[in-house]
Write a protein that binds this ligand. Structure first.
Ligand code: FAD
Length: 345
């Protein structure tokens, strides 16, 4: 988009004169506010100005979520939208609602977690509002300047929004600490009938068919404090489970995998276990990479982990360049010893 310099400067001035206010699209499941919303709230607070949370869902699904959101630190208001068309976070009605709420209430910023929901809904709402969304924000420099990873996380781009339109951002939850909960007392009110109508009008383009969710006693990969991840070197699904499960069980860890291990069928794809550019982005306290070479596409999904441990038979494997602790050795010998040494969780 090319604009004469004078007009861009005028746009900046017009935007900076507007009082800042931010809308955060909440993500929730089974009546609970998901942690990635609390991480997104921290980014919202860094922008300055009041923060409103929009809780959209099926009939009867938003009450407990809205109550939790109203108690989150820094939240000034909570909007609820309940309708059967919003029950399964289908992108079209959710984006229609988000666009209508923005059109009527004119926030300066609209944020969503960089999750399946946020990535699905926020760019559609941005298109409806005729603005460009900024994806995967990892740092807020000021109200129009944001940092986001590019080239699979190998470089960080500082981008600046121009024009007077609303700033629409998806936020990487792992880059922001969670906002505290329990102390706030924000107001809770439903969206207007006109805003609700926009969701209904947008419904019907897609239809909810069903979902098959794998049950696991292990923590969810994206939320786990410890992740034990296996690579192609495990050589089979039997080895993958026989060698990694005892360690994950003893550490109370989630099990992750490289894309190569998933593609080879060693790690079940139905567990959504792949970590990296095309998988999940994780930032646990401890990430143990076992028989994983450290390809850039894998590192893009785990390099923000607080402590990285790598076990690899090749001392020159790239994973050792980012590991805090490295063990050069054959995983088939090392893992049984490690499992035996670890005390039960
Ligand atoms: P390899 O690269 O084969 O590494 C195996 C490692 O195991 C080697 O370092 C080897 O030294 C070590 N090893 C072998 N035997 C033993 C042993 N007995 N004991 C200990 N160590 C041993 N990959 C992802 O992971 N996530 C992604 O999201 C992703 N997205 C991609 C997107 C694109 C567009 C492309 C092109 C690729 C993507 N990849 C992704 C694939 C990525 O490039 C690598 O191919 C993949 O990460 C390699 O997986 P790996 O480390 O398990 O296997």
């Amino acid at each position: 988009l090319v604009k004469p310099a004078g007009r861009v400067l005028a746009s900046f001035a017009a935007f900076s004169q507007r009082a800042l206010s931010t809308l955060v699209l909440a993500e929730h499941k089974d009546g609970a506010l998901l942690p990635n919303t609390l991480h997104t709230l921290t980014a919202a607070k860094q922008l300055g100005g009041p923060v409103t949370v929009l809780v959209a869902g099926g009939v009867g699904s938003t009450t407990a979520v809205a109550a939790a959101a109203s108690k989150a630190d820094g939240v000034t208001a909570v909007l609820t939208a309940e309708h059967s068309c919003l029950a399964h976070s289908l992108a079209e009605p959710a984006a229609g609602l988000l666009g209508a709420v923005q059109r009527s209430r004119k926030y300066t910023h609209v944020l969503a977690p960089s999750s399946t929901l946020g990535r699905n809904v926020l760019p559609r709402a941005a298109a409806l509002l005729d603005v460009q969304a900024v994806a995967d924000v990892v740092e807020v420099r000021d109200e129009r300047t944001f940092v986001r990873p590019i080239y699979a996380g190998n470089a960080l781009a500082t981008v600046q929004a121009v024009g007077e339109g609303v700033r629409m951002l998806t936020v990487r939850p792992t880059a922001f600490a969670p906002s505290a909960t329990g102390g706030g007392s924000a107001s809770v009110e439903p969206v207007s009938p006109e805003e609700m109508q926009a969701a209904r009008d947008a419904a019907g383009a897609s239809q909810w068919v069903g979902e098959e969710v794998c049950k696991s006693d292990r923590p969810e990969l994206g939320q786990a404090r410890v992740v034990v991840s296996g690579g192609r070197a495990l050589k089979s699904a039997e080895n993958f489970s026989a060698l990694l499960d005892p360690i994950a069980d003893k550490l109370g860890a989630a099990v992750g995998a490289s894309r190569a291990a998933v593609d080879a069928g060693y790690a079940p794809n139905d567990l959504q276990a792949s970590v990296g550019q095309t998988g999940k982005v994780v930032a646990p306290d401890l990430y143990i990479a076992i028989g994983i070479s450290g390809a850039i596409q894998h590192v893009a999904g785990m390099s923000s982990s607080k402590v990285i441990v790598a076990i690899n038979s090749d001392a020159d494997a790239p994973i050792f360049q980012i590991a805090d602790y490295g063990l050069v050795g054959d995983l088939f010998k090392v893992l049984p010893q490690l499992a035996a040494e670890l005390s039960p969780n």
